[in-house]
Write a protein that binds this ligand. Structure first.
Ligand code: PMP
Length: 321
């Protein structure tokens, strides 16, 4: 779908996958005026195809659009794009390795000009790709590297938007995490407050079953995190969303009050965090409680997504009918 200042959103069409032509002066190539989303489609046992909380993705895309001075895409156009894609790609069959279809909606400034101002011509696209396990080796506890040299976002910045620049700035710290033997990087705000991983939110588990997760206006509001916290609340867990310092995690882990942590996001769903490595300290979570809780919440969530568990919150939307 294209957008122009005069014509609004127009020309929705489905075309075979292939390269996009862009003018070398297209604003996105220079000023990174672009946003995206990520969600998945699941085939249920009766063959029908469903997606998970797509109106949340539509709303988040609108919030991202606002921050990046892009036009808001109406939710109906967003949902319609998912349906149209499934209408042509509906023959997709899940395999043991690739159990879902990852959907990637994205929007970018395609107007050609050199100069810093919002573009007057924009395009919205949706592509899809079968998705497998995010972490090779299955759902094993992961190690996280605490980045202290780099920040992902700051107050008033673009941290709450799903925009490429945030990911570009996380590439170097993510590479550093790999060098340290970790799979993901944890970012702090003001060198002190927990934010999120490169592509996932983080949740701490206290001994009494309370789930603790960062409140911040510069992290991406994860739809998986929101869903997991609601499932946990349904089970009677207390949920606290507030500013959390790295010191609180360290001290809580040392005293036994914080028994573990997990990361969550659309791609990886839920993964326990085994260790947090930092330049001058380390937090190790080896007890079973938090890991068992994380995996059981993961099972419940994926059960809903794949149609094996009752969708009592009305989260699923059928796309192929
Ligand atoms: N934080 C970041 C930086 C992310 O890229 C993602 C993945 N979209 C998340 C958190 C988790 O969000 P969600 O659960 O909606 O996938």
């Amino acid at each position: 779908v294209c957008w122009s200042e005069k014509g609004g959103w127009h020309r929705p069409r489905v075309s075979p996958y292939g390269p996009i032509q862009l003018d070398p002066a297209a604003a996105v190539l220079h000023y990174a005026q672009e946003i995206f989303e990520g969600l998945k489609a699941y085939r249920h046992a009766d063959g029908s195809i469903h997606t998970f909380r797509p109106y949340e993705n539509a709303a988040r895309l609108q919030r991202s659009a606002h921050r990046m001075a892009l036009p808001e895409l109406p939710a109906e156009v967003f949902i319609d794009s998912l349906r149209q894609l499934i209408a042509v790609d509906g023959a997709w069959v899940p395999t043991a390795d690739e159990t879902s279809l990852y959907l990637r909606p994205f929007m970018f400034a395609k107007e050609a000009f050199l100069g810093v101002r919002p573009a007057k011509k924009v395009a919205y696209y949706l592509i899809a790709s079968p998705a497998g396990a995010y972490f090779p080796g299955g759902v094993q506890p992961v190690n996280i590297w605490l980045s202290t040299d780099y920040a992902r976002a700051g107050k008033g910045g673009t941290g709450a938007a799903k925009t490429g620049g945030n990911y570009a700035s996380s590439l170097l710290p993510q590479a550093e995490a790999y060098e340290k033997g970790c799979q993901q990087v944890l970012f702090l705000d003001e060198g002190e407050y927990l934010e999120e991983l490169g592509g996932m939110n983080v949740v701490l588990v206290r001994k009494d079953g309370t789930l603790l997760t960062p409140e911040s206006d510069s992290i991406l509001e994860g739809i998986t995190r929101d869903s997991i916290l609601r499932l946990a609340a349904d089970r009677g867990h207390r949920v606290e969303q507030r500013r959390i310092t790295i010191g609180e995690w360290r001290e809580g882990a040392a005293s036994g009050d914080i028994v573990g942590a997990f990361a969550c996001g659309t791609a990886a769903v839920v993964v326990p965090i085994g260790r947090l490595l930092a330049e001058d300290f380390e937090i190790v979570h080896s007890g079973p409680e938090a890991e068992e809780l994380a995996l059981s919440l993961r099972d419940e969530l994926t059960g809903i997504q794949y149609g094996r568990v009752e969708d009592r919150h009305g989260w699923m939307l059928r796309l192929d009918a």
